[in-house]
Ligand binder design. Sequence first.
Ligand code: ZN
Length: 499
Amino acid sequence: MASKTYEQFIAYNQEARLLHGIQSLLDWDQETYMPKRGADTRARHLSLVAGLMHERRSSDELGNMIATLEKEAPEDPVEAADLRVARRDFDRAVKLPTDLVKRIAEAQSRGKTAWIEARAESDFSKFAPHLQTLMDLRREMADKLGWTTEPYDALMDEYEPGAKAAEVQAVFDALRPELVALVQATQDAPRQPDLSILKRSCPVELQKTFNEQIARAIGFDFDAGRIDISVHPFCTETSMNDVRLTTRYDEHYMPMSLFGIMHEAGHGMYEQGLPSERFGSPACASVSLGIHESQSRLWENQVGRSRPFWERFYGDLQKTFTSLADVSLDDWYFAINNVRPSLIRVEADEVTYGLHIMLRFDLERQMMQGKLAVADVPQAWNDAMQSGLGVTPPNDREGCLQDVHWSLGIFGYFPTYQLGNIFAAQFFDKARQDLGNLDDQIRRGEFAPLLGWLRENIHVHGRRFDSNELVERVTGNKVSHEPYVAALNAKFKPLYGLA
Ligand code: ZN
């Protein structure tokens, strides 16, 4: 039986969660429908809500409730998890002076504006002073939060609680040679995909219809969600019953919206799968960005880019897009699984993607340690692209200015993308063991068993376990790059005739 303090504590947290939903909806509207001249007022809306949220998250009232509950020491594991994550969030929030939070918000706003201009003109020097300011502020933030080995740990902890840069480094070090070898082998292979078929005309209206069909088929609930258009695809939510996905369309590159929607629907189904009766409880949220990304990657790559999936849906695809009528299933399957070193992370294939992430992880860690000066970033970026991927960006727009993250001073976020790929492979292997013939289920278009497995093993727990604990609990194994490497080799070697 929950104590009175626990009930008050949950009610208090629910209001914070409602504010978070309001913030999400304002953000979503800004990226989808807001008219241009709404920007100024919207910045004020968002700053007001952010202030209210920070006040609630760092208030004495909350601190006192947490302290009282800690004395009561609830035995119920769900209540104990609520208390543990609330303590973690509260301690982080109170360590950050409001003044620093405000200075960061302002530097982010200026940084993003400068970055947009610098990127358009491919002129790093216009962004450099802002990057310096943001780096200094994040360094200050890391010091306030506290760290033992290196400041990067304190920043990464916001996105992947408990993760340490040195541990991530060890995983990446083991992974890198495997990826490099597979990239090399595919580039040298005599069999190569015909990529021109991906550029055939597919009317945008038909893409929208087909994407919805696919999202619905895999289990995204349209009574608790919707799809709209934005420049950069994302998934956000006001609750598990209102999840917003976005994508973007190109008539001459249909896979962008299709796999984009499978990716975002993977994020969305995670949010829809959190227990609604626990809405607003501190532990009723996603574990980390890495676990979130494992859900999107699993549906996008392990399911969406698999051959069984297209054995079920390729006929439907050809009926919808008549331009593909003469393309065989084998050629389509090979084309959507092409491997090719390229300049842009968000357009990278499954194999080279990790190398883009490792480059960013290395550089931002060096920046945080004071080993890489801002002025040297473009050269360091280009050198790393050449040695890691064998390509050199012709300009900074396609090099170190391509991603939005640094314009907001977000350091420690990139590695979570690759951790997501690694977690996804471990989860998918275990689902395969537990569910019997998963390939046959996918071939028949039956996704309920897989989604049910993810709900039961991952979604329903919310933040009760951190990512390392969750992986170990679900799979029986520690976090390892090996299932990921094995899955990549098993898929790409036969495709390229290397088996
Ligand atoms: Zn994602």
